[in-house]
Design a protein around this ligand. Structure first.
Ligand code: C2E
Ligand code: MG
Ligand code: MG
Length: 523
């Protein structure tokens, strides 16, 4: 790192203080050398970290940053530099730029003001962040994420809002906080606010919170996340934040995932990691960045990219959600391309929780369905009426939800919260069908099914948040009839259970197990 102090240039004008903050080491060195050679400039520092002079209380006149580079919280280096040094001229550079030309431009820039004598009302400094947290900031709004196939709200994304001065968007606040070492505290405060505000969320709607890779590594952030029902929680980890050690990140996520928490990679396509890197995390969900969504309906290249991403994602059973949907044609095009989830102003703007989940999504209803809707039965379904269903799930909320759904169809529902209770109930109830969660407090749904299959071919369906391909394979290997993911649509669950029961009714004429192997579906 090189540091220096201002001095007059040959023309008597003060030399401009230049700070080179570029992550690419070759580009950084080239820019540093060019700045040092320019008589109109004084090189203040060369660094990977855009916040470095700010931490020392120094104020450059010109900042050279890597175009497209992003901070740990996922904010562009350009936005962060503008935030940290509001008086400075920010010059983005790429590998294709000639550093001396860029710095010539900097030298030609007249900066009349010196940073020391200007008030900085718009800077989010340490004190501002500390007092914002102390005052209960941030607050949270929720934006609906809609299942584009069956047109229901599948989840809500919690988005932080800052009601205190200075007024900035949330990503700028988080970037500034990370820049001064308070990023983790602010992220934890946002997570706590989101979980507190979402306690009334229905169990079949998920809650997504944004979290940076750096924050996931912190035990106190994971403790805050543990306050939410794990089966309902989705962690949106931004794709454009730097991940230095995927193994470490995976290890930090493993205990959360074991409890049913799902992982979404946010802003895919926006730029930092390649999709190959993203998929190392084996996410349950990928969220396509607005940059990709924008113009998809009349940009063949973009549509092809979306199609390719969907093909790749469905090969590993990953759900694809498109962000930033602003128009009907965009929505229709994305749905035709196979995107399953949608989010954006056209569907619903960020708002309070009630409006987000129950808001008037008439706009969705007005759309032509992509597939014919599941016909809603006029009365109780034949096969379901009078059927005995055993639900094995450790979540009381899910047991309750499933009971309500099937009792309406005329079935009698019995439940068990553990593997041990499931075996007893199976003997006792002699159910016509079993619904199984994968993760149970004393074992797995796989073990339960394995034992059932020793004596019975009663239809069994997994209804679980465990989306990994290996889980599905394990389920079907044990003899599952079907595998459905949480959160599920009640209509789809009823249709699948009804069809499994009807298959069973006709099974007496078939060789044992024939239908099961012929009709297994991987959703
Ligand atoms: P994100 O997670 O990708 O969130 C989506 C952003 O797109 C949100 O901006 C949302 O308001 C905006 N958006 C939604 N639909 C549309 C649309 O149709 N058109 C356009 N142009 N924009 C749309 P917001 O709320 O300003 O948040 C910006 C970013 O700040 C978020 O991007 C996320 O990276 C970060 N952020 C927000 N809240 C939190 C938080 O609680 N924790 C953390 N760590 N980061 C957060
Ligand atoms: Mg997000
Ligand atoms: Mg996003």
């Amino acid at each position: 790192m090189v540091t220096s102090t201002p001095d007059p240039c040959p023309q008597g004008r003060r030399k401009l203080l230049v700070f080179v903050a570029v992550r690419d080491s070759q580009l950084r060195d080239a820019c540093g050398r060019a700045a040092a050679r320019d008589p109109g400039l004084r090189l203040l520092a060369v660094s990977k970290d855009v916040a470095e002079p700010r931490m020392r209380g120094e104020c450059p006149d010109v900042i050279v940053v890597g175009a497209g580079e992003r901070s740990a919280a996922g904010v562009t280096a350009v936005a962060m530099a503008r935030q940290l040094y509001p008086e400075a001229v920010v010059l983005p550079v790429t590998r294709d730029d000639e550093p001396s030309r860029i710095l010539g431009l900097a030298a030609a820039t007249t900066v009349e003001t010196s940073c020391s004598d200007q008030p900085r009302p718009s800077v989010i400094g340490v004190d501002v962040i500390r007092s914002a947290i102390a005052w209960g900031e941030p607050s949270v709004v929720f934006q609906p994420v809609v299942d584009l196939q069956d047109r229901r709200v599948a989840g809500v994304e919690a988005l932080a809002r800052f009601g205190v001065e200075p007024s900035h968007p949330p990503d700028v606040w988080f970037a500034a906080a990370h820049g001064v070492g308070l990023g983790i505290d602010l992220e934890r405060a946002a997570i706590q606010a989101a979980i507190r505000a979402a306690t009334t969320l229905a169990p079949d709607v998920y809650l997504a919170v944004n979290v940076s890779p750096a924050a996931v590594l912190m035990p106190d952030v994971r403790a805050a996340l543990a306050e939410a029902p794990p089966n309902q929680l989705v962690l949106e980890i931004t794709e454009h934040a730097r991940v230095d050690d995927y193994d470490e990140l995976q290890a930090a996520l493993a205990p959360l995932r074991a409890r049913g928490v799902r992982i979404a990679i946010d802003d895919v396509g926006a730029g930092f990691a390649s999709l190959r890197h993203v998929l190392r995390l084996d996410p349950e969900i990928i969220k396509l960045d607005q940059e990709i969504t924008r113009g998809v309906e009349h940009n063949a290249g973009r549509a092809k990219l979306v199609g390719g991403l969907i093909a790749g994602a469905s090969a590993v059973s990953t759900l694809v959600i498109a962000e930033g949907i602003e128009t009907g044609p965009q929505l229709r095009c994305l749905r035709e391309l196979g995107v399953r989830g949608g989010q954006g102003y056209f569907i619903g703007r960020p708002s309070d929780l009630r409006s987000a989940v129950g808001g008037n999504h008439a706009v969705m209803a007005a759309l032509e369905p992509g597939h014919p809707p599941t016909p809603s039965p006029s009365g109780p379904r034949q096969a379901l009426s009078g059927a005995r269903i055993l639900v094995v799930d450790d979540s009381p909320a899910h047991r309750h939800l499933i009971r309500s759904i099937f009792e309406l169809e005329g079935a009698s529902v019995h439940d068990a919260a553990t593997a041990a209770a499931a075996h007893l109930a199976f003997e006792d109830v002699e159910p016509d069908l079993v619904l199984l969660d994968v993760r149970l407090p004393d074992g797995t749904g796989f073990d339960v099914l394995e034992r059932i299959r020793r004596t019975s071919d009663t239809p069994a369906l997994f209804v679980t948040a465990a989306t990994a391909v290996s889980d599905r394979v394990a389920g079907f290997d044990r003899g599952a009839d079907d595998y459905l993911l949480k959160p599920f649509s009640p209509e789809e669950l009823v249709a699948r259970v009804d069809s499994a029961l009807r298959r069973r009714l006709t099974r007496s004429t078939d060789p044992p197990g024939a239908l099961r192997s012929a009709e297994s579906s991987t959703c």
